[in-house]
Design a protein around this ligand. Structure first.
Ligand code: PRP
Length: 182
């Protein structure tokens, strides 16, 4: 696979087959954990989570609904900084069983903000699911379902982008340092 890598990419970190296998495992686990609830309300965090969420929900065997939120943040690499909602949910989540679905937890700022904000809306339960989480200094936020723990490098693919590029790669790859440092 490395032979076909785009010149921006250093290496494949998580191959397509590994992602797909893990998505199935996560969906199975989630389906079991929520087997007794009337409906699971999944919230995808745009834009990065749309591919993961699309694959995940198609493997669920329980009743569910999907909605999306979008936030913007400033000072991307810092653990502190402002996050604000730019697209909110269509409906209230009061008394709903809610699962936030992210593509990546990097500083943890986005997930932490969403977790706190949605906790305040009185859901019946609130959990989080992320495909990848970086091993780095991070805001403390509960991650209930995790696909992969990855090193602290810039990653792209499977929803993750660099300047809106490489988002639709079927695998997760490390971006060469020279690309984002130039
Ligand atoms: C990315 C990603 C997460 C967030 C994680 O979104 O999709 O939502 O960053 O980073 P954090 O843990 O440091 O908050 P981004 O703001 O790049 O927007 P995008 O999903 O639209 O690409």
């Amino acid at each position: 696979m490395n032979d076909e890598l785009h010149s921006d990419l250093a290496r494949v970190l998580v191959p397509e087959e590994t992602i797909q296998a893990h998505v199935k495992v996560l969906a199975h686990q989630i389906s079991q954990d929520y087997a007794d609830v009337e409906r699971l309300y999944l919230i995808g965090v745009l834009r990065g989570a749309f591919i993961f969420l699309a694959d995940l929900v198609r493997q669920l065997t329980i009743p569910h609904s999907v909605d999306f939120m979008s936030v913007s943040s400033y000072g991307k690499t810092a653990v502190s900084g402002e996050v604000r909602i730019v697209l909110d949910l269509r409906e209230p989540i009061t008394n709903q069983h809610v699962l936030i679905v992210e593509d990546i937890v990097d500083s943890g700022r986005t997930l932490s903000y969403l977790y706190k904000t949605l906790s305040g809306r009185q859901p019946a339960s609130l959990k989080t699911c992320t495909l990848v989480q970086k091993r780095r200094e991070q805001i403390d936020v509960p991650v209930h379902y995790l696909g992969f723990s990855i090193p602290d490098v810039w990653v792209v693919g499977y929803g993750l982008d660099y300047a809106d590029q490489h988002r639709t790669l079927p695998y997760i790859a490390e971006l060469k340092e020279e690309v984002y440092k130039k």
